[in-house]
Design a protein around this ligand. Sequence first.
Ligand code: FES
Ligand SMILES: [Fe+2]
Length: 410
Amino acid sequence: MQYSELSPTIRKILEALPDPVAHEAAAPMLPRECYTSPEFFEFERTVVFPRSWVCVGREEQIPKAGDFLAPKIGIEPLLVVRRGDGTIGAMSAICRHRGLVIATEAGSTGRAFRCPLHYWTFDLHGNFMGAPYLESREDHECLRENSKLPEVRLENWHGFLFVNLDPDAAPLAPSLAKVEPFWANYEDADLVAVPPTPGDTPLPWNWKVHAENFTDAYHPEFVHRGTHDFAPSVHDEGGVVFTPMSGTDNAIVRTVPLMQADGGMTDAGWGPEAAFPAIETLSPEQRKRLTFVLIPPSMTIIFAPGAVAYQLITPVGAEATLASNDRVTAGGWLLPRSTRERNDFADRAATVREGAKKIWLQDIPVNLGIQAGKKSRFTPDDAHYVPLETTLIQFNAWLLRAYRAAVPSP
Ligand code: FES
Ligand SMILES: [Fe+2]
């Protein structure tokens, strides 16, 4: 999209934003409208998200040829499919006949996708296969050449499937390089995925409020009394550690200590008697810390001694966000197979869910309060951030960069 095609409202907001280059690693709070304006949300949904790497799920969710996911990126319905050769690809879900969405829900389709409206068929690579009542063999040949479902870029990052509608987007993996050290030793443990139950009730706040709540190291000591003290941001022997942010990073990372090795989620929040046993392949240091990773705009990861817990975020409105994880819905874990196959796994998963929900119930009122404040004329235009809010400042830098990259100014 060209800058000149933007509405005056969006242009006015963008023109008031600070220069992302001058704030490559740290940026001030964005104007309130970025969190409340339906028009600005449409800008994000139609211009920004389609240029971002968006996580749509895990490779384990589509184990067999023909298994597919049906995510929507911004307003674009896609098919993410396991092909006959075992590879995974992504393509538009829009039928090349008259544009029906071929599938809106994940499923399994055998060797071909069949559009429900007039039964045109496409193979697992999106190639046109056939259409009923075509006039001639030439028609068929012509369609075969011209009616492929457009391919969309996909990267498989540690089993997480990311898509990007922008053919010119920089590759994902280098932009997540700073997360790599945190994966060390986890994948030696024969991890299996327990995908999260998809959220179906929008949370009444902007997706950025949701992301900020996850990445904020300043609030746990106050909001999460009793549930988070075991993983403190402030501690005499060293608390939270941030990582530097560069202009090409797509991850915002912080780690905090655990008061005792091998702690994790209990029925009362973070604590010493973790419901998921510690992963034996991890180093002693890894068994004493939690690492929180925000990968905007679509996912978060927590590396814990017993599990990798992940969340998928789907923005659906200026003040409507779907979240899928153990706090809001259920599941969203990578676990050693030995944990997943325990006889008491269901009980342990329920315990984790109970503790995670307690943390979440503490977050709900503050998210509601922040969202409400974004509508007030008295909300400060520029927050005075403290050092514990380094990740929020980094997130602002990511947003500025994403907005500027989506629509270069004239
Ligand atoms: S719209 Fe898909 S077959 Fe007609
Ligand atoms: Fe919180």
